[in-house]
Design a protein around this ligand. Structure first.
Ligand SMILES: C[S@@+](CC[C@H](N)C(=O)[O-])C[C@H]1O[C@@H](n2cnc3c(N)ncnc32)[C@H](O)[C@@H]1O
Length: 188
Protein backbone atom coordinates (compact mmCIF):
# COMPACT_ATOMS: atom_id res chain seq x y z
CA UNK A 1 0.00 0.00 0.00
CA UNK A 2 2.89 2.31 0.77
CA UNK A 3 4.48 1.64 -2.62
CA UNK A 4 1.16 2.21 -4.42
CA UNK A 5 0.54 5.48 -2.57
CA UNK A 6 4.04 6.77 -3.33
CA UNK A 7 3.68 5.79 -7.01
CA UNK A 8 0.27 7.53 -7.20
CA UNK A 9 1.69 10.59 -5.39
CA UNK A 10 -0.75 10.28 -2.50
CA UNK A 11 0.71 11.76 0.68
CA UNK A 12 0.92 9.20 3.48
CA UNK A 13 1.85 8.96 7.12
CA UNK A 14 5.53 8.97 7.84
CA UNK A 15 6.97 5.84 9.41
CA UNK A 16 7.12 7.17 12.96
CA UNK A 17 3.51 8.32 12.91
CA UNK A 18 2.40 5.03 11.39
CA UNK A 19 4.12 3.06 14.15
CA UNK A 20 2.78 5.38 16.84
CA UNK A 21 -0.79 5.14 15.56
CA UNK A 22 -0.51 1.37 15.30
CA UNK A 23 0.74 1.17 18.91
CA UNK A 24 -2.08 3.40 20.15
CA UNK A 25 -4.69 1.20 18.51
CA UNK A 26 -2.99 -1.91 19.83
CA UNK A 27 -2.98 -0.53 23.39
CA UNK A 28 -6.47 0.98 23.39
CA UNK A 29 -8.21 -1.73 21.35
CA UNK A 30 -10.95 0.64 20.10
CA UNK A 31 -14.07 -1.05 18.77
CA UNK A 32 -15.08 1.75 16.40
CA UNK A 33 -12.52 3.82 14.52
CA UNK A 34 -13.22 6.81 12.28
CA UNK A 35 -10.67 8.06 9.77
CA UNK A 36 -11.01 11.32 7.85
CA UNK A 37 -8.79 11.09 4.74
CA UNK A 38 -8.26 7.55 3.42
CA UNK A 39 -5.84 8.53 0.64
CA UNK A 40 -4.22 5.26 -0.41
CA UNK A 41 -5.32 3.44 2.75
CA UNK A 42 -1.86 3.20 4.28
CA UNK A 43 -2.86 4.66 7.66
CA UNK A 44 -6.11 2.66 7.57
CA UNK A 45 -4.16 -0.54 7.24
CA UNK A 46 -1.86 0.31 10.15
CA UNK A 47 -4.90 0.88 12.37
CA UNK A 48 -6.50 -2.36 11.19
CA UNK A 49 -3.30 -4.22 12.03
CA UNK A 50 -3.40 -2.69 15.53
CA UNK A 51 -6.82 -4.17 16.20
CA UNK A 52 -8.06 -6.56 13.49
CA UNK A 53 -11.42 -6.77 15.31
CA UNK A 54 -12.12 -3.04 15.02
CA UNK A 55 -14.86 -1.66 12.81
CA UNK A 56 -13.20 1.10 10.78
CA UNK A 57 -15.07 3.81 8.88
CA UNK A 58 -12.86 5.83 6.54
CA UNK A 59 -13.96 8.84 4.50
CA UNK A 60 -12.46 9.88 1.16
CA UNK A 61 -13.77 12.56 -1.17
CA UNK A 62 -11.53 11.82 -4.17
CA UNK A 63 -13.36 9.42 -6.51
CA UNK A 64 -10.28 7.76 -7.99
CA UNK A 65 -8.73 7.14 -4.55
CA UNK A 66 -12.06 5.83 -3.27
CA UNK A 67 -12.47 3.40 -6.20
CA UNK A 68 -8.90 2.11 -5.98
CA UNK A 69 -9.35 1.80 -2.21
CA UNK A 70 -12.52 -0.26 -2.63
CA UNK A 71 -10.63 -2.70 -4.84
CA UNK A 72 -7.78 -3.04 -2.38
CA UNK A 73 -10.04 -3.51 0.62
CA UNK A 74 -11.75 -6.49 -1.05
CA UNK A 75 -8.48 -8.38 -0.72
CA UNK A 76 -8.01 -7.64 2.97
CA UNK A 77 -9.51 -9.53 5.93
CA UNK A 78 -10.57 -6.43 7.90
CA UNK A 79 -13.84 -4.71 8.71
CA UNK A 80 -13.19 -1.43 6.87
CA UNK A 81 -16.07 0.60 5.50
CA UNK A 82 -14.74 3.12 2.98
CA UNK A 83 -17.15 5.96 2.15
CA UNK A 84 -17.04 8.30 -0.83
CA UNK A 85 -18.03 11.53 0.89
CA UNK A 86 -16.92 15.04 1.75
CA UNK A 87 -16.29 14.82 5.48
CA UNK A 88 -17.49 18.39 6.05
CA UNK A 89 -20.96 17.42 4.89
CA UNK A 90 -21.05 13.80 5.91
CA UNK A 91 -19.89 14.16 9.54
CA UNK A 92 -22.72 16.53 10.41
CA UNK A 93 -25.32 13.76 9.93
CA UNK A 94 -23.20 10.82 10.98
CA UNK A 95 -24.88 8.44 13.44
CA UNK A 96 -23.17 6.45 16.14
CA UNK A 97 -20.19 6.93 18.38
CA UNK A 98 -16.48 6.36 17.92
CA UNK A 99 -13.69 5.39 20.34
CA UNK A 100 -10.80 6.45 18.15
CA UNK A 101 -10.62 9.12 15.45
CA UNK A 102 -7.75 9.89 13.08
CA UNK A 103 -7.88 13.16 11.14
CA UNK A 104 -5.58 13.39 8.09
CA UNK A 105 -7.23 15.45 5.35
CA UNK A 106 -7.17 19.22 4.63
CA UNK A 107 -5.43 21.06 7.47
CA UNK A 108 -7.49 24.24 7.09
CA UNK A 109 -10.62 22.10 7.70
CA UNK A 110 -9.40 20.39 10.89
CA UNK A 111 -11.48 22.56 13.22
CA UNK A 112 -14.58 21.89 11.12
CA UNK A 113 -14.06 18.10 11.31
CA UNK A 114 -13.30 18.23 15.01
CA UNK A 115 -16.42 20.21 15.85
CA UNK A 116 -18.54 17.74 13.89
CA UNK A 117 -17.25 14.69 15.75
CA UNK A 118 -17.04 16.21 19.24
CA UNK A 119 -20.51 14.96 20.18
CA UNK A 120 -19.92 11.51 18.65
CA UNK A 121 -17.41 10.31 21.22
CA UNK A 122 -17.55 8.28 24.41
CA UNK A 123 -15.60 9.43 27.48
CA UNK A 124 -12.11 7.96 27.09
CA UNK A 125 -12.24 8.24 23.30
CA UNK A 126 -9.25 9.76 21.61
CA UNK A 127 -8.90 12.02 18.56
CA UNK A 128 -5.60 12.34 16.65
CA UNK A 129 -4.84 14.98 14.01
CA UNK A 130 -1.75 14.63 11.81
CA UNK A 131 0.61 17.28 10.37
CA UNK A 132 -0.13 19.91 12.95
CA UNK A 133 3.39 21.39 12.57
CA UNK A 134 2.79 21.65 8.80
CA UNK A 135 6.43 20.89 7.96
CA UNK A 136 7.60 23.82 10.06
CA UNK A 137 5.28 26.36 8.38
CA UNK A 138 3.52 26.83 11.69
CA UNK A 139 6.63 28.65 12.95
CA UNK A 140 7.53 30.57 9.76
CA UNK A 141 6.71 34.17 8.86
CA UNK A 142 7.60 34.31 5.17
CA UNK A 143 4.96 32.57 3.02
CA UNK A 144 2.36 33.13 0.30
CA UNK A 145 -1.06 34.61 1.25
CA UNK A 146 -2.70 31.22 0.53
CA UNK A 147 -0.33 29.36 2.85
CA UNK A 148 -0.70 32.09 5.46
CA UNK A 149 -4.46 31.55 5.48
CA UNK A 150 -4.00 27.80 5.93
CA UNK A 151 -1.53 28.35 8.76
CA UNK A 152 -3.92 30.79 10.48
CA UNK A 153 -6.66 28.16 10.37
CA UNK A 154 -4.34 25.50 11.74
CA UNK A 155 -3.28 27.84 14.54
CA UNK A 156 -6.92 28.48 15.33
CA UNK A 157 -7.51 24.72 15.53
CA UNK A 158 -4.59 24.32 17.95
CA UNK A 159 -5.81 27.25 20.06
CA UNK A 160 -9.32 25.79 20.28
CA UNK A 161 -7.95 22.39 21.28
CA UNK A 162 -5.96 24.05 24.05
CA UNK A 163 -9.02 25.90 25.30
CA UNK A 164 -11.41 22.94 25.09
CA UNK A 165 -11.88 21.71 28.64
CA UNK A 166 -13.74 18.60 27.51
CA UNK A 167 -10.45 17.29 26.11
CA UNK A 168 -6.99 16.76 27.50
CA UNK A 169 -4.77 17.52 24.49
CA UNK A 170 -1.11 16.76 23.91
CA UNK A 171 0.86 18.09 20.93
CA UNK A 172 3.38 15.41 20.18
CA UNK A 173 6.61 15.79 18.16
CA UNK A 174 5.79 12.64 16.27
CA UNK A 175 6.42 12.85 12.52
CA UNK A 176 5.07 16.18 11.26
CA UNK A 177 3.36 16.86 14.62
CA UNK A 178 0.45 14.90 15.97
CA UNK A 179 -2.24 16.16 18.32
CA UNK A 180 -3.78 13.66 20.70
CA UNK A 181 -7.01 14.73 22.40
CA UNK A 182 -8.53 12.57 25.09
CA UNK A 183 -12.24 13.14 25.56
CA UNK A 184 -13.09 13.44 29.24
CA UNK A 185 -16.85 13.83 28.94
CA UNK A 186 -19.10 16.86 29.33
CA UNK A 187 -18.02 19.53 31.79
CA UNK A 188 -19.89 19.32 35.08
C1 LIG B 1 -2.94 13.05 3.38
S1 LIG B 1 -4.11 12.15 2.44
C2 LIG B 1 -4.52 10.83 3.52
C3 LIG B 1 -3.41 9.88 3.74
C4 LIG B 1 -3.77 8.65 4.54
N1 LIG B 1 -4.36 9.01 5.82
C5 LIG B 1 -2.52 7.82 4.76
O1 LIG B 1 -1.68 8.20 5.57
O2 LIG B 1 -2.40 6.79 4.12
C6 LIG B 1 -5.55 13.16 2.61
C7 LIG B 1 -6.76 12.62 1.92
O3 LIG B 1 -7.90 13.31 2.40
C8 LIG B 1 -8.81 13.48 1.36
N2 LIG B 1 -9.69 14.60 1.71
C9 LIG B 1 -9.40 15.92 1.69
N3 LIG B 1 -10.45 16.65 2.09
C10 LIG B 1 -11.43 15.77 2.39
C11 LIG B 1 -12.78 15.90 2.84
N4 LIG B 1 -13.29 17.12 3.09
N5 LIG B 1 -13.51 14.78 3.02
C12 LIG B 1 -12.98 13.56 2.76
N6 LIG B 1 -11.71 13.37 2.33
C13 LIG B 1 -10.95 14.45 2.15
C14 LIG B 1 -7.93 13.75 0.13
O4 LIG B 1 -8.60 13.44 -1.06
C15 LIG B 1 -6.74 12.84 0.40
O5 LIG B 1 -6.86 11.62 -0.28
Amino acid sequence: MKEDALRDKIPILDDMTARFLYAQVKIKKPKRILEIGFGGGYSTLWMALGNPQAEITSIEKNRERFEKGQEKLKTLPYNINLLFEDARVFLKDLDGRFDFVFIDAVKSQYLNYFQSIENKLNPGSVVFADNIFYRGKLFEEDMSPKKRKEVMKLKEFIKRLNENKKFETLFLPVGDGLSMSLYQGEES
